[in-house]
Design a protein around this ligand. Structure first.
Ligand code: SF4
Length: 261
């Protein structure tokens, strides 16, 4: 499917530099896995106080311990979301549950390198990878209304992917941004679901060390000046010394896509 865009349309209020469109942006054909597994156990319910106590109990635990708790607690009502920036969380999670459902949101605007990473990871782990399709035709919405674009291409598909789940695993880390600096390990999200961030306390060095020690697949863009990888129209290389997420939505006040609000 073509992803042709028209980048010279003269949007009056566009203040950010035009991105360089990748030479090719293939659709993730063949990435989808076996899909949703049928829930086979009652959904555990926790009060806010109980979740706070669990967060305090696990906040300094190894990620593998946190994931084991989540898998044992929620079983097939647990899934994992990945942006395919790195594969640390996937590697950790499949060791606890090889069949865990991994959701990768197809915005329609992924770099080819990100789609290739998804394909390689699916093959390496025989991953139960689910890729909700891009929900809208490709257009220039990201230029005019990136919040609306993220809402339609990321947040709404995530809502559908999480439907019927009790909990989800996210690779969010406190070291990524100031806004994430106080992220809990275990909490209740805005949907009322339990959100688990097993690597919340990991530093960039922790991630790099785990990737090297376990010879993980890494998105090649990470070594090409993209320490934070999103959709290609909204991601640029960062200069030496710049914040890792400075290359996201350049020219806009926007710093988050809405998935972790
Ligand atoms: Fe749209 Fe950019 Fe958000 Fe991707 S990151 S969904 S292209 S606004």
């Amino acid at each position: 499917m073509s992803t042709e865009l028209h980048l010279t349309g003269g949007v009056a209020h566009r203040t950010h530099p035009e991105p360089v469109r990748p030479a090719s942006a293939p659709r993730p054909v063949g990435l989808s896995g076996t899909g949703v597994r049928i829930a086979s156990r009652p959904t555990p319910r926790f009060t806010d106080d109980e979740l706070a106590a669990l967060d305090a109990r696990y906040t300094n635990s190894p990620a593998s311990t946190i994931i084991r708790w989540a898998v044992d607690t929620f079983g097939d009502r647990l899934c994992l979301t990945s942006s395919m920036q790195d594969t640390v969380l996937i590697d950790l999670a499949v060791k606890a549950d090889p069949g865990i459902e991994v959701v990768f949101l197809d915005t329609g605007y992924h770099f080819p390198e990100t789609l290739e990473t998804a394909a390689r990871v699916k093959e390496r782990y025989d991953l139960n990878l689910v890729v909700p399709p891009a929900p809208l035709p490709l257009d220039d919405q990201w230029m005019d209304d990136p919040d609306g674009c993220c809402a339609a291409r990321k947040v709404a598909p995530l809502e559908r992917a999480l439907a019927g789940r009790a909990a989800w695993l996210s690779g969010l880390r406190r070291a990524e941004t100031a806004a994430r600096a106080t992220a809990p390990v275990i909490s209740r999200d805005k949907r009322g679901m339990v959100k688990v961030n097993p690597v919340a306390g990991w530093s960039d060095a922790d991630v790099a060390g785990y990737v090297a020690d376990h010879d993980l697949i890494a998105n090649p863009l990470l070594s090409q000046g993209y320490p934070s990888i999103g959709c290609w129209p909204c991601t640029r290389k960062v200069a030496e010394g710049e914040d890792a997420r400075a290359g996201r939505w350049t020219g806009f006040a926007k710093t988050e896509c809405g998935l972790h609000e």
